[in-house]
Design a protein around this ligand. Sequence first.
Ligand SMILES: Nc1ncnc2c1ncn2[C@@H]1O[C@H](COP(=O)(O)OP(=O)(O)OP(=O)(O)O)[C@@H](O)[C@H]1O
Ligand SMILES: [Mg+2]
Length: 306
Amino acid sequence: MDQRVARRPGPAKQSVALGTSPTTSIRPVERVTPPETATGEGRAAAAKALTVDARGVSLTFQTRDGAVEALANINLQISDGDFVSFIGPSGCGKTTLLRLIADLQKPTSGTILVNGVSPEEARLKRQYGYIFQAPALYPWRTIERNVALPLEIMGFDAKERRARVDRYLKLVNLSGFERKFPWQLSGGMQQRASIARALSFDPALLLMDEPFGALDEIVRDHLNEQLLRLWDQTGKTVVFVTHSIPEAVFLSTRIVVMSPRPGRIIDIIPCNFPRNRTLEIRETPEFIKIAQRVRAGLRSGHSYDE
Ligand SMILES: Nc1ncnc2c1ncn2[C@@H]1O[C@H](COP(=O)(O)OP(=O)(O)OP(=O)(O)O)[C@@H](O)[C@H]1O
Ligand SMILES: [Mg+2]
């Protein structure tokens, strides 16, 4: 089967991820004062505005084979400018949690606020960009027209679209590939194009679901450094899903370790490396110590029964 076609997202998924009501400008993200009820982790985050505030969030899928409890009692506060990674075994609910934040899924119980409003409202205000695990580019559109897609939907004029496509393709080192089709690019290049597309409308919140999972170590290292630089320079908030402990420790300001299904938060680990960190920090004792704490968290939650 043709993988390119198989990976292509359905139009509904795409339009939901990009928001649905066309508009000619991007509204600035409204900052909110965190609720006074914040406790523990929340209190520490209360000094900064909260981008994501999840309280008592659970999600049970009703399937033909019965109920699947995917997430149980998730409490998580993500501050403005944070880089938060979710790590946990396959099937523990990382994608589901990201989809709840993005309003691609609704919780069974509990509440989620994104920039102080419901995920639905945040989606309609286009406050986030969503990067899927597979690049999810349209094979019949050139790279520049893929990157320009959200801008077309949002009603940007041709000149502004051109300027933004140039700027973001340059940022991800893809200048010169504007007229190529996705299938003429390597997997890493396609993923960079999908990142350029998510950045094109300048969302303050980036939701990234294992964006580099399928790439080799060297390309992944390179893209990790680029992403970190972008985060440092733009002050965006990033929520990032990964299976890689070194990737989580290298990128994050906080790592959320999750248990097997139903997904619960086992540990939230702060990583206080400088924002302009380089790959060399991976050799430091501090880095190794944090990696060990992540591994211990993953082991403690793992049953090995499945
Ligand atoms: N639409 C759905 N209907 C029914 N069950 C679902 C649905 N989406 C996810 N699930 C179930 O919820 C659980 C969590 O799935 P999810 O995709 O969030 O896991 P994940 O942590 O992202 O896993 P991976 O690391 O493999 O990507 C799994 O048991 C999955 O089978
Ligand atoms: Mg997943």
